[in-house]
Ligand binder design. Structure first.
Ligand SMILES: NC(=O)c1ccc[n+]([C@@H]2O[C@H](COP(=O)([O-])OP(=O)(O)OC[C@H]3O[C@@H](n4cnc5c(N)ncnc54)[C@H](OP(=O)(O)O)[C@@H]3O)[C@@H](O)[C@H]2O)c1
Length: 316
């Protein structure tokens, strides 16, 4: 059996170790092996390696990594999403399939694609597949300072979000019209959010937990026309996996709650969105700072927090 080096999780309580592992074998006609060129260390990868993601099967040992850029034997570079949660992409070689990969254009930057696809996809797919955005609709990003949230501001702008033209003149660098800081003063935060965003058409929620629990009533109460749709798209839960939602929120306003992620969006729909997203990343419309590090150092890198606005990319 051929061997390779990989990041291997042997206990959900420890970081992965860099060690030899068997090269995976294709099981189906559309599967193929690639040399991995770059893998993003996304929050989703960390939760998978901790056995804590909702798709996690709990099987060990496992190789983390949900996506990557790889190279086929003929030299073609592909971006691909791993097919299962046990043998992932943080290795010299990985299993890719035609159903979950696209060929990259020659000018694509390997590290940027590996860094940006996962966080950018969250808002891109939400605004194209879950609640297709209409030009001029206003979007609130709850949790805009993270990688995915910052990209969500850029994605929403690229896909047509906006307010009246006067306000567009005051764009911040990422494209936000207005920024509200979530502080420890819950009442003041709720008032500020309501003042800035009560008229939002779509909310991209990366936080859930207490911030969402407080924001929903504040926004709906301050809304001028409560019968106008507010589409709340749940994407991440960095502030908590659960919250309390008063039933009145759903009766007293045209409040529509849904999520966007693996399962609620089909692999086929994700695949269809990948080429346009690569094009946006390559063109720089969706900006990313990729910090590349050797995969061999994965154990030391794993516990280190990322610098704000940067995504760690591991290179075999
Ligand atoms: N459903 C999908 O398709 C999909 C795809 C990609 C990502 N996601 C999810 O989206 C989330 C964000 O991903 P990311 O790549 O942007 O992560 P990230 O770069 O690590 O950003 C995390 C953000 O959350 C904030 N945060 C952390 N704890 C918080 C709290 N208790 N209250 C309020 N804000 C808090 C951080 O702010 P500070 O730095 O100020 O603490 C930061 O802005 C993750 O849950 C990820 O799993 C979902």
């Amino acid at each position: 059996m051929a061997r390779m080096n990989a990041a291997v999780v042997t206990s959900f309580a420890e970081p992965p170790h860099y060690q030899p592992f068997e090269v995976p074998q294709p099981n189906a006609a559309d599967e193929f092996i690639v040399d991995v060129l770059a893998v993003g260390l996304h929050p989703r990868v960390r939760s998978g390696a901790a056995g804590a993601h909702y798709t996690s099967s709990g099987t060990l040992p496992m190789i983390p990594g949900v996506d990557a850029v790889g190279q086929r034997p003929d030299g073609t570079r592909v971006y691909f999403v791993a097919a299962d949660d046990v043998i992932g992409t943080m290795a010299d070689k990985a299993l890719a399939s035609a159903r979950r990969s696209i060929v990259l254009p020659d000018d694509a930057d390997v590290a940027k694609v590996a860094a940006a696809m996962n966080p950018a996809m969250s808002s891109w797919v939400a605004l194209r597949r879950r609640v297709p955005i209409q030009p001029g609709q206003s979007v609130l990003v709850l949790g805009a300072t993270g990688n995915a949230g910052t990209m969500a501001v850029q994605v929403a702008r690229r896909l047509g979000a906006g307010r009246d033209p006067g306000r567009l003149a005051a764009l911040t660098s990422a494209g936000a019209d207005e920024v509200v800081q979530l502080t420890g003063d819950d009442d003041a935060t709720a008032r500020a959010l309501a003042a800035a965003a009560a008229e939002s058409d779509i909310v991209l929620d990366y936080l859930w937990g207490m911030p969402a629990q407080q924001a929903i009533p504040a926004l709906l109460t301050a809304r001028s026309d409560r019968s106008r749709e507010m589409n709340w798209i749940q994407i991440g839960s960095v502030a908590g996996p659960a919250m309390e939602l008063p039933s009145v929120a759903l009766r007293s306003a045209n409040f529509r709650l849904q999520g966007s992620g693996q399962g609620s969006v089909s692999p086929r729909a994700y695949l269809a969105e990948l080429p346009s997203l690569v094009a946006e990343i390559t063109a720089g419309t969706i900006a990313v700072t990729a910090t590349t590090m050797p995969l061999a150092d994965v154990e030391q890198i794993w516990p280190q927090p990322e610098a704000p606005g940067e995504r760690t990319v591991l290179v075999p």
